[in-house]
Ligand binder design. Structure first.
Ligand code: GTR
Length: 380
């Protein structure tokens, strides 16, 4: 091959990956926002339930209850009120509960908007005493910008290793005598379910504005935040930090972590049906740009890191690009460009935000600063 044909072949390869994606507007393609909301959005959501995340057996349980177990108006040197709230539920398999940690800014106008982090790292990253502080959850910064800093630990909803689904939400609600169906919900959907129950709590409390909440997660937590934002349209902003495979990254590109690999390493994350697509990404009826499009017309932010090849940064960017046509149905600008930005140059002029940070797979102070800036546009 001479230089010219090599270039042509490369160009074709780049093009075919975009052309082969399922149409983000659905089948037949939605022509108006009304059509999208009535027909293609529900169809797209169903395809994600059936093939990837599974179906949750319950939304908000009638018996959901909230108990404030700690309230300290002098937290953060008087700048915030710390609330630790036990969120409890019960079902055919017994009782379950998890803890919400929330710092509510004392000075901010009430009800205040906020950021809800699905924490998948060690608990010391979300230390309510603030003796330990980490940029993974810079609660002081979030509060200083006028937002509620809220979080819960994913393991309290569903442990991140369990193949038997015999704890947390699965123990309480799953009723699958015999074989677990291929579309039964799994761990990531359990974490997303927890995020929605926090919104239920926020709806019941006067100091937090439940209609102005961003849900955010990193990596596996980012896969869960995307599913929370897609399956619960009450989230005003959804943030995916380095979510990669089965998060924001397009599966059909087959770059970084592949479907077969994620299903092998983490068989409990997604539903049984997802295993059918191991090394058969092209047969998936959907791809991840459609997960991002499910947020429309609400705001969504995808972020990558330059040294995070495992999460396929370009695949994350392209999914954000190809979600655009659904935003256009609403007369909104998606990302506003098809060109990947340089490192550390955030794109925030549309309803879809994006940046690629220099450095490794992580959730850092730099990432949070961009999310808070984007929130100032979409949550205030
Ligand atoms: C990796 C996994 C990724 C990502 C990451 C994380 O091992 O392959 O999909 O989710 O873990 O959560 O940090």
């Amino acid at each position: 091959m001479n230089l010219k044909t090599t270039f042509l072949a490369l160009l074709l390869a780049a093009h075919s990956s975009a052309q082969d994606l399922p149409n983000v507007l659905g089948t037949p393609p939605a022509a108006t926002k009304e059509e999208w909301l009535k027909t293609q959005r529900p169809q797209t959501l169903e395809l994600f339930k059936e093939n990837i995340f599974g179906r949750a057996p319950i939304g908000k349980p009638a018996n959901l209850s909230f108990k404030t177990i700690k309230e300290d108006p002098t937290a953060m040197e008087g700048k915030a009120t710390l609330k630790i709230v036990e969120i409890s539920y019960s079902g055919p398999g017994g009782d379950g509960k998890f803890k919400l940690i929330a710092f509510i800014p004392n000075k901010a106008q009430k009800p205040a908007p906020g950021y809800l982090l699905i924490c998948n790292r060690d608990r010391e990253n979300i230390d309510p005493t603030r003796e330990k502080k980490d940029d993974f959850w810079p609660a002081e910064t979030i509060v200083s910008r006028g937002y509620v800093a809220a979080t819960f630990h994913n393991s309290e909803l569903s442990t991140d290793s369990d193949l038997n689904f015999d704890n947390g939400v699965h123990k309480v609600f799953d009723q699958y005598p015999g074989k677990r169906p291929g579309d039964a919900w799994a761990t990531i959907a359990g974490w997303a379910w927890g995020a929605s129950r926090v919104l239920d709590y926020f709806e019941s409390t006067p100091d937090v504005d439940a209609s102005k909440i961003a849900v955010i997660g990193h990596s596996r937590g980012g896969k869960a935040s995307l599913w929370a934002g897609a399956s619960d349209p009450r989230f005003a902003l959804t943030i995916s930090n380095n979510s990669g495979c089965t998060g924001a990254a397009l599966a059909r590109r087959r770059k970084g972590e592949l479907v077969a690999r994620i299903n092998k390493s983490f068989p409990h994350w997604f539903c049984g049906n997802y295993k059918k697509y191991n090394d058969k990404e092209n047969t998936l009826p959907i791809d991840q740009h459609q997960l991002i499009a499910l947020m429309a017309p609400r705001a969504v932010y995808v972020a990558s890191a330059s040294k995070d090849a495992w999460a396929d940064p370009e695949g994350e960017f392209l999914a954000a690009v190809h979600a655009g046509p659904v935003y256009q149905l609403f007369g909104l600008k998606g990302l506003g460009t098809k060109t990947m930005p340089a490192n550390d140059t955030p794109l925030q002029s549309g309803s879809i935000g994006y940046h690629i940070r220099s450095g490794k797979h992580d959730l850092t102070a730099y990432d949070w600063e961009q999310y808070l800036n984007f929130g100032d546009i979409h949550l205030k």
